[in-house]
Design a protein around this ligand. Structure first.
Ligand SMILES: Cc1cc2nc3c(=O)[nH]c(=O)nc-3n(C[C@H](O)[C@H](O)[C@H](O)COP(=O)(O)OP(=O)(O)OC[C@H]3O[C@@H](n4cnc5c(N)ncnc54)[C@H](O)[C@@H]3O)c2cc1C
Length: 447
């Protein structure tokens, strides 16, 4: 059941000041709402628990599904024009390819991406170049020093990447300036919803309040849950439709001279191996880094005697990657930028998001409560929507109901192991990383 239509006096409590939570706060503020409080368990924003707290994220509009392509084109427009986001967007272009060993699924996915985007009425089709051979890939992107043997795909000039952590920080600062209140660390760590879902069944649509780790209580006219991969910890029923999954990330240090040579490099995404970006520095940092992220089906973390994947509470467990993933990363470098393929990978970690079985977001009221909203199910593709995602959450609250059926709360059970049509590889459990360890030498030996 939905809460009454909001007014300027309506109070909003957002749990999670990550990609979706901050975007929601922005759109609430843009539409004139004055009473906005954000809780985040991180000690600062961007939070160390946020999937968006990263050097960079791809911003592109190719989706097999024109629905998301349309939204992503709007998001790109916002990245290019909105003063908060514009400084953090780099329109370097985007190369999508398959390697010589890609399964057929990858090439058919790439064909559907090309069909979808090239027929989209708002896409500037002159930005798309077909690259049917490795020679065509090398001609288009001369900074690639590798042979890219057997690669084929396309280049999209109307795409690029966002400097993710600085974009989150910029919006955080903007929200502070607008009077949005934040509770961070222990005082922002929501540990329980009252009444919990079991108890809520015995009341007619209760209004929930949140208890934080400092034992304080927070309530509001509308409570919006946006804790990303951590959602099922707070709201166990969401675990039936959201699976916390992680992917491996590593970085290669490069010199200032190497960074200068690679300046303007498009995002290189070999869909069956991994993807990497133009070298970038952390804010205030002096080290140039190439971020590389492995593809695959992702990791889950299903604790013993449970059936729901949630990110490990011990952050240390996230600071290792499987040797198979390191091998994917190294093979991509060997094929595209071989001079970096044997350099140590630094800052290795796994990054968690909330996957749904059909990769659809979930933006809806939580059944059983009067005014509790879930904004999540990012499925690994929500950062690009950072400038606009919150608008959909505010639309929901103002309309009292989710008109877009694909974003509704889904009662259906997901075991998190479904074959996601645009991903390659099976789902593994993160406990494997602990058992196998961070075996770099073995990964190298496999190349
Ligand atoms: C490896 C990897 C690569 C990706 N690459 C891309 C890409 O190139 N392009 C793209 O568009 N998307 C990409 N994504 C997806 C993108 O990062 C996510 O879709 C997006 O960040 C999800 O936003 P969110 O707000 O749901 O979660 P998050 O950004 O994770 O935010 C959740 C917030 O909730 C807080 N929180 C959690 N629990 C609590 C609690 N109990 N109380 C208070 N606060 C809490 C956390 O501290 C965090 O700040 C990638 C994801 C991964 C994993």
């Amino acid at each position: 059941m939905a809460s009454p239509k909001p007014s300027e006096q309506t109070s909003f409590l957002i749990v999670g000041g990550g990609t979706i939570g901050l975007s929601t706060a922005l759109h609430l503020s843009d539409r004139g709402y004055k009473h906005i409080v954000v809780l985040d368990r991180g000690d600062s924003i961007p939070s160390s628990f946020s999937a968006g707290n990263d050097l960079n994220k791809i911003v592109r509009a190719e989706y097999e599904d024109a629905f998301y392509a349309t939204h992503a084109l709007s998001a790109i427009n916002a990245w290019r024009t909105c003063p908060i986001f514009r400084p953090h967007y780099r329109q370097t272009g985007y190369l999508v390819a398959s390697s010589s060993t890609a399964p057929p699924k990858v090439d058919s996915h790439i064909s559907r991406l090309i069909d979808s985007i090239s027929s989209h009425p708002s896409y500037p089709t002159s930005s798309l170049t077909s690259l049917p051979s490795s020679a065509a890939v090398r001609d288009k992107i001369p900074q690639l020093t590798g042979q890219v043997k057997g690669w084929s795909g396309y280049f999209n000039g109307h795409a690029g990447y966002a400097r993710a952590a600085p974009a989150l920080r910029a919006l955080y600062n903007e929200l502070l300036a607008r009077g949005v209140k934040f509770h961070l660390g222990t005082s922002g760590d929501a540990i329980a919803i009252h009444p919990d879902e079991e108890t809520a069944r015995f009341f007619p649509a209760p209004k929930p309040y949140l208890r934080t780790a400092d034992n304080n209580i927070h309530c509001a006219d509308v409570v919006i849950l946006a804790p990303g991969a951590h959602t099922a910890r707070l709201l166990p029923s969401a675990g039936a439709q959201l699976t916390a999954k992680a992917w491996a990330v590593g970085h290669v240090k490069v010199s200032a001279g190497e960074a200068a040579r690679l300046k303007g490099l498009p995002v290189i995404n070999c869909r069956d191996l991994a993807f990497f970006f133009e070298p970038a520095k952390d804010e205030g940092g002096d080290t140039w880094l190439i971020k590389v992220c492995a593809h695959g089906g992702g990791y889950t973390n299903v604790p013993e005697n449970t059936s729901t994947s949630i990110p490990p509470s011990n952050a240390e467990e996230n600071n290792a990657i499987l040797r198979e993933d390191e091998a994917l990363i190294r093979r991509l470098l060997l094929e595209a930028l071989p001079e970096f393929s044997t350099r140590p990978l630094v800052r290795k970690f796994v990054c968690w998001c909330a996957d749904t079985a059909d990769s659809e977001y979930i933006i809806d009221y939580v059944p059983g409560y009067e005014n509790l909203v879930l904004a999540g199910g990012d499925s690994g593709h929500a950062f690009k929507m950072f400038p606009i995602f919150g608008g959909w959450v505010v639309d929901l609250v103002e309309a009292h109901a989710q008109k877009e059926s694909r974003w509704r709360w889904k009662a259906r059970e997901s075991d998190g192991k479904e074959d996601i049509h645009w991903r390659v590889g099976g789902v593994k459990d993160i406990k494997e990383t602990i058992r196998k360890g961070d075996d770099v030498e073995a990964a190298r030996a496999r190349l």
